[in-house]
Design a protein around this ligand. Structure first.
Ligand code: ARG
Length: 472
């Protein structure tokens, strides 16, 4: 049968029959060219080691180094001709190397396979992403800490069920996100620690008969040590899965912040104003200011969670060692890297740039009888009531205030005395929002003094990590 004959079902899409489908499903060059710098670094380290071990000649090694450097420049300058026939980044570079340096190029693949080659390239890429993420998270934390410092005693309502619960400080609320980012940072470092083993030299799957020095290539490429099992080396993608997991968690944190920014910036809440830099107008409604950046940050977990589930599903049930299924790892990870960095940068920018409306927040903090718990605590502390009874008395006070259409602090003393005759004027000291937040001094509580102490903790932690104080 003529292979070139166009298939009735799908022939229209492919110029030349089955071979073209094969090329389209098989080629990864369109996306794995992103690994070119890692691929060249891996090849240079491998070539240097081969020469040092006497496996190739010093002269060939020199040719290879020169050719690889030239190719890196060609690609960086956009002069490189990528070809789908050459399938992936590894073969594109090797084929070009042959054009540049001749037969020596054929010696580069001694004691190596594309299986360990792609494993080392991809690890280097994820490692660099984790290192960048480390800095981006520190930057985000630093923006939160700066804003928290400026608003360590700004009062806002704290919510549970998105219902006003108790007054808190805006600084405390922001530092809650610093805690989340701090855990993201530690997950990032943790993943880096486990990733830091070099698979190069595992060859196709079984190792090699050549006297290679895997410790040397590992060291050259900045890894702590070589991997210990050649089969695992070419089949492991845990480092990518771990990156996607921690990226999903981090993006989830950012999406919660983004959702709060969306809510806070509605005219109904009016807690913060985003600058023009992070808002867009409506093409039809001139009055609108839309928090598009926040909404997109809120949406990013859609892609990142998708990438995580996608790669988990690709890896599930794969027999050892390498299978071509694993080529599907890259696009997911690349997209997650880009999405997470964009979301982090936008969140950092929005935090730095938002203007809180201190008066609006304070006013909202007093709504919804937010100091009811303070009244109950006062009844326990000053009158010795059991908390359950104090809760009941306070409930009746709230009902009366609601009936009169006033706040708790506006209830006349005789109304309060009708609930319990031992209540005195002193109770008013705890019914205001200022007194309420000031009293929350338990470790980790929202009192402004606590917030200041926590800012001190974060400044010290940031400094230890080389993050300079940006001020604010
Ligand atoms: N492009 C391939 C990938 O990304 C490289 C490894 C190919 N190895 C092989 N034995 N076909 O997974």
């Amino acid at each position: 049968m003529n292979q070139k004959l166009s298939n009735e079902m799908w022939g229209g899409r492919f110029a030349s029959g089955p071979a073209a489908v094969m090329e389209e499903i098989n080629a990864s060059i369109d996306f794995d060219k992103r690994l070119y710098a890692e691929d060249i670094a891996g090849s240079k380290a491998h070539a240097a080691m081969l020469a040092e071990q006497g496996i190739i000649s010093a002269n060939d090694a020199e040719l290879l180094q020169g050719g690889l450097d030239a190719i890196r420049i060609e690609i960086a300058e956009g002069r490189f001709q990528f070809s789908r026939q050459r399938e992936d980044i590894h073969m594109n570079i090797e084929a070009r190397l042959a054009e540049l340096v001749g037969p020596a190029a054929g010696r580069l693949h001694t004691a190596r396979s594309r299986n360990d080659q792609v494993a080392v390239d991809f690890r280097l890429h994820v490692k660099a992403a984790l290192q960048t993420l480390d800095r981006a998270l520190l930057d985000f934390i630093s923006a939160l800490v700066d804003k928290a410092e400026a608003h360590f005693d700004t009062i806002m309502p704290g919510f549970t069920h998105l219902q006003v619960a108790q007054p808190v400080t805006f600084g405390h609320h922001l530092l809650a996100y610093a805690e989340m980012a701090g855990r993201d940072l530690s997950r990032c470092r943790d993943a880096l620690e486990r990733l830091d083993e070099c698979p190069l030299g595992a060859a196709a799957l079984a190792g090699t008969s050549f006297p290679i020095d895997r410790h040397r290539t590992a060291r050259d490429l900045g890894f702590r040590e070589p991997t210990r099992n050649s089969l695992d080396s070419v089949s492991d993608r845990d480092f990518a899965l771990e990156f996607l997991s921690l990226a999903a968690i981090s993006a989830t944190h950012l999406s919660r912040l983004a959702e709060e920014i969306v809510i806070w910036s509605t005219p109904q809440f009016g807690f913060v104003k985003l600058s023009d830099a992070f808002s867009t107008g409506s093409s039809i409604m001139p009055q609108k200011r839309n928090p598009d950046a926040a909404e997109l940050v809120r949406a990013k977990p859609g892609r990142i969670n998708g990438a995580l589930v996608s790669l988990l599903t690709v890896m599930k049930g794969l027999p050892l060692t390498y299978s071509k299924d694993m080529q599907e790892d890259k696009e997911q990870v690349f997209d997650a890297i880009d999405s997470l960095f964009l979301a982090l940068a936008a969140a950092t920018g929005m935090i730095r740039d938002m203007t809180p409306d201190v008066e609006a927040m304070r006013k909202a903090a007093g709504h919804g009888f937010s100091t009811a718990t303070d009244l109950a605590d006062w009844l326990v502390r000053e009158l010795g009531l059991p908390f359950r009874e104090a809760h009941h008395v306070t409930g009746r006070a709230v009902a009366l205030a609601e009936e009169h259409g006033v706040g708790l602090e506006d209830l006349p003393i005789d109304v309060l005395k009708s609930l319990n005759p031992r209540i005195t004027e002193a109770v008013y000291d705890v019914l205001g929002v200022d007194a309420s937040v000031k009293s929350r001094v338990s470790f980790g509580g929202t009192a402004p003094d606590n917030v200041r102490a926590q800012i001190g903790y974060w400044r010290e932690r940031l400094e230890r990590n080389g993050n300079r104080h940006v001020g604010g």
